[in-house]
Design a protein around this ligand. Structure first.
Ligand code: ADP
Ligand code: MG
Length: 324
């Protein structure tokens, strides 16, 4: 199947049709109207076969994850996702693969009211590469950045940490002590993470800084510390862990995945103590758990300090970086 037939058949009418879309797929560029009083948040995330997913991963899972990791960036800014463009480099044009990918992408983008308004379809001799640019709306001036944390703020994270990294480690044959039963319980966190879009929208007027945990908790704390010119204390015993992760710890497992693993796509945010009742209520209304895991302190030589039962631990940040 040739490029234009692929676009027409699979990518021309995906997602939720927005009233502010002036022109979607089919011309040289898409056009969207930004409603008065709003700004556009834009972010791109790319997934390469062999680096971000195993060759042969089901197209439905790729569609979910590609959209989820991008939605998570919108969540981290407090933005409401609206539009996306998809750049896809295919090794071949496998009709049933494309249909499954496009169908899953359509369903999940409808669930988040995102419309696919354009993209690029190319053939590669290398490996399958999927790149999504996502756009969302933010009330003017309401952005939630990494730079607003203040000493005495509290540090929170949503959901639980470490399951995705634990599953990945198992797949690389590095967790022989993890039983297959527990592996099955942590696998959805790796394959189908649920971005915290609604939480991001709710906390954007109350949190002082926010990001989504993609590189690992400690590394992402360091991002907030650097951008906000503060240091962050994390209290190890407060980290929210899933029942499966706790069972794995009981069997002699390591806390490392929760600290430095990454791929969690939970929100890490800071807020002044007086915001706590609002934050807890907002999270409860959404059915999302949030946990206070630490505090913000003035800048220091150790931007992220890890404490266990009030004793400081020395940590090496093993968070992931390309080219390192
Ligand atoms: P151009 O030659 O102007 O770059 P293309 O031929 O690459 O345009 O694409 C034709 C139209 O199809 C454009 O509107 C483009 O945005 C859209 N498009 C191409 N690939 C995709 C895709 N994978 N998903 C969504 N839209 C796509
Ligand atoms: Mg093009």
């Amino acid at each position: 199947m040739a490029e234009f037939s692929i676009i027409d058949k699979h990518f021309s009418a995906i997602g939720h049709a927005h009233e502010h879309t002036r022109l979607g797929v089919g011309d040289d560029a898409a056009i969207v109207a930004i409603p008065p009083g709003y700004e556009l948040a834009v972010s791109t995330d790319t997934m390469c076969e062999g680096t971000h997913f195993f060759a042969g991963t089901e197209p439905e899972l790729l569609a979910h994850k590609l959209l989820a990791v991008n939605l998570s960036d919108m969540a981290a800014m407090g933005a409401s996702p609206k539009w996306a463009t998809l750049a896809i480099s295919l090794v071949d044009s496998d009709e049933s693969w494309l249909a499954s990918f496009a169908n899953a992408f359509d369903q999940y983008s409808k669930a988040h009211e995102v419309q696919l308004i354009g993209g690029d379809t190319t053939q590669t001799e290398g490996c399958l590469t999927l790149s999504l640019t996502i756009m969302g709306l933010l009330p003017t001036g309401k952005r939630l950045t990494r730079s607003g944390a203040q000493p005495e703020d509290e540090v929170y994270c949503s959901g639980t940490l470490g399951d995705a990294a634990l599953a990945l480690s198992y797949l690389y044959d590095k967790e022989p002590q993890l039983s297959n039963t527990l592996f099955q319980q942590v696998l959805p966190a790796l394959h189908t993470p649920e971005p915290q879009v609604a939480l991001g929208e709710k906390i954007r007027d109350h949190a002082s800084a926010c990001l989504d945990i993609s590189d690992g908790l400690l590394g992402d704390c360091a991002h907030i510390a650097k951008h906000s010119n503060v240091s962050i204390r994390i209290d190890l015993e407060t980290l929210p862990l899933s029942p499966a992760y706790l069972a794995y710890l009981d069997q002699g497992g390591s806390i490392e995945h929760a600290l430095s693993g990454g791929d969690d796509y939970q929100l890490l945010f800071t807020a002044p103590p007086h915001a706590a009742p609002y934050l807890r209520q907002a999270a409860a209304e959404l059915g999302v758990t949030i946990t206070k895991i630490g505090t913000v302190n003035p800048a220091s030589d150790t931007p992220v300090q890890l404490f266990e039962n009030n004793k400081e631990k020395i940590v090496k940040n093993k968070s992931y970086q390309h080219f390192s």
